[in-house]
Write a protein that binds this ligand. Structure first.
Ligand code: MRU
Length: 347
């Protein structure tokens, strides 16, 4: 299993995803601010992994606090939660994890726990968020493998793998589980401009797992579908709205539209922590704009002339009408998503 992120005694340690696949370097974040910076600068990325990192960052920050009174400790805790919430706006897992840490904190304070006890409680909760995400991915994989046909040629976009989660992955979890059942002939990984999560990270994970992998540029998926070379698409999500619309890496909408046009089943794999029942539809999902440099440059190489402006939304929204099914750790949801999502949360 890939070590995406780990909480150690004096640091939150994560593999530097900006450096992969050329270098496998681990970053030791010794403060909560360093964790926040790591999320912002994409040392760690992917919706569930961002949530885990934020929880661990909060736990680390509070563990290192020298404050002895509960009142000041609570003020510092609230401030840290705010710092984490400002890192990236689209992946709801971030806000879900922060809310969970807040609930844990409040109930521990209400039961009269000391500062030292609160520190332990936050550590335990952050680790639980990590462990539960891993278990969710594995469960999702088992459900998702059921819809993968024999000899499947699967397309995925971005990286929804072990690196984007506590381990195993959402979309790549489905692919891993299906591959373990001998069902996967080949995976097509969209390179995923501009940050290249598909070419760099998805391909790296799949090659390590000996799953046959072909990297394509994003514009090649359409002709492959037209030529009958793709049996199934499975992607992750950063936020699923209450009606089933979802945000994922820029380019997902194009893939979903192509899949619909060519009759290719299009699945989204995501844990419940990615589902935001408070967001009614895709139009209400905040979309992060990232720096122009991600588009104008590839590493140190400038690709565009000085003076050209850039539009760089990190995500797009795919309408629910293009989604064949949503694979969760509790099973596969089908349309109408407004009803199936509501039923899932009513359970
Ligand atoms: O900008 P990123 O790399 O954080 O975007 C990641 C994605 O869009 C993933 O597909 C999504 O978070 C699902 S990860 C299981």
């Amino acid at each position: 299993m890939l070590p995406t992120i780990e909480m150690q005694a004096d640091a939150v340690v994560m593999i530097d995803q900006r450096k992969l696949p050329a270098q496998e370097i681990y970053v030791h974040c010794k403060t909560a601010n360093e964790v926040a910076r790591a999320i912002k600068t994409m040392v760690i990325r992917g919706a569930p992994a961002i949530g885990v990192a934020a929880a661990m960052g909060i736990a680390l920050g509070m563990r290192r606090s020298k404050v002895s009174g509960t009142k000041q400790f609570a003020i510092d805790f609230t401030r840290l939660c705010e710092v984490m919430a400002e890192t990236r706006p689209t992946a709801v897992n971030l806000f879900w994890a922060i809310e969970r840490m807040k609930r844990t904190f409040s109930s521990a304070v209400l039961s009269g726990q000391s500062v030292e006890e609160l520190k332990v409680r936050l550590d335990v909760e952050a680790q639980a968020i990590h462990d539960e995400d891993l278990a969710s991915c594995q469960a999702m994989g088992q459900w998702g493998a059921e819809i993968v046909p024999e000899h499947a040629r699967i397309l995925t976009h971005c990286n929804a793998g072990a690196l984007a989660t506590a381990g195993y992955g959402t979309a790549l979890g489905v692919i891993r589980a299906a591959a373990a059942q001998g069902k996967v002939q080949k995976v097509f990984a969209d390179e995923t401009r501009p940050f290249m999560q598909g070419a760099r990270l998805t391909a790296w994970e799949l090659v390590r797992d000996h799953i046959p992998t072909t990297v394509i540029t994003d514009s090649m998926a359409g002709p492959l579908m037209r030529d009958g070379q793709i049996d199934l698409v499975v992607v992750g999500a950063d936020r699923i709205a209450a009606n089933g619309d979802f945000a994922n890496k820029i380019g997902t909408y194009t893939v979903a539209t192509m899949a619909k046009a060519h009759g290719v089943p299009f699945y989204v794999a995501a844990p419940l922590s990615t589902i935001d029942m408070k967001t009614p539809n895709g139009q209400s999902i905040p979309i992060e704009q990232r720096s122009a440099r991600e588009v104008t440059h590839l590493g140190a190489i400038q690709l565009t002339p000085d003076g050209a402006s850039v539009w760089n939304p990190s995500f797009d929204v795919t309408p629910h009408a293009l989604v064949t099914g949503i694979i969760t750790e509790r099973g596969i949801l089908r349309a109408p998503y407004h009803d199936s999502l509501r039923a899932l949360f009513a359970e």
